[in-house]
Design a protein around this ligand. Structure first.
Ligand SMILES: [Zn+2]
Length: 107
C-alpha cells in the first residue's frame, strides 16, 4: 500500500516540483538577462548623450575646476595670514610669492 502510494502520488509530485523549480530558474535568468540588456541600452544612450555634449561638458568642467582652483588658492592665502606659519612653508602660494618678490628685489 505504501509503495503503491509512493509510486502513484509521490513520484509525479516530485517530477512536478522539479519541473516547476527549473521553470522558475529559467524565468529568473531571463528576467536577469532582460535587466542586463536594459542597463546596457541605458549605458549606450548615456554614452551617445555624452558624445553629443562633449564640448559643453568639457567647458563646464574646465570652468568648475578653474573656479575651484581660485577658491582653494584664496583660502590658502587667507590661512597664510590668519594662522601664520613659523617659517616659509612648502606648497603655500603666498610664501612662494613672497620668496619670488624678495629674489627680484635682490637682483
Ligand atoms: Zn605661507
Amino acid at each position: 500500500m505504501k509503495t503503491f502510494l509512493r509510486q502513484k502520488f509521490m513520484l509525479p509530485l516530485l517530477c512536478w516540483v522539479v519541473v516547476i523549480s527549473v521553470g522558475l530558474i529559467i524565468y529568473q535568468q531571463n528576467e536577469l538577462i532582460r535587466q542586463q540588456q536594459a542597463v546596457v541600452i541605458q549605458q549606450q544612450e548615456d554614452m551617445a548623450f555624452v558624445k553629443d555634449h562633449l564640448e559643453g561638458i568639457y567647458m563646464a568642467a574646465r570652468a568648475e575646476n578653474s573656479r575651484t582652483y581660485t577658491i582653494m588658492d584664496t583660502i590658502i592665502r587667507i590661512f597664510h595670514y590668519a594662522k601664520p606659519h613659523e617659517g616659509p612653508t612648502w606648497n603655500c602660494p603666498e610664501c612662494e610669492d613672497i620668496r619670488k618678490q624678495s629674489k627680484e628685489e635682490e637682483e
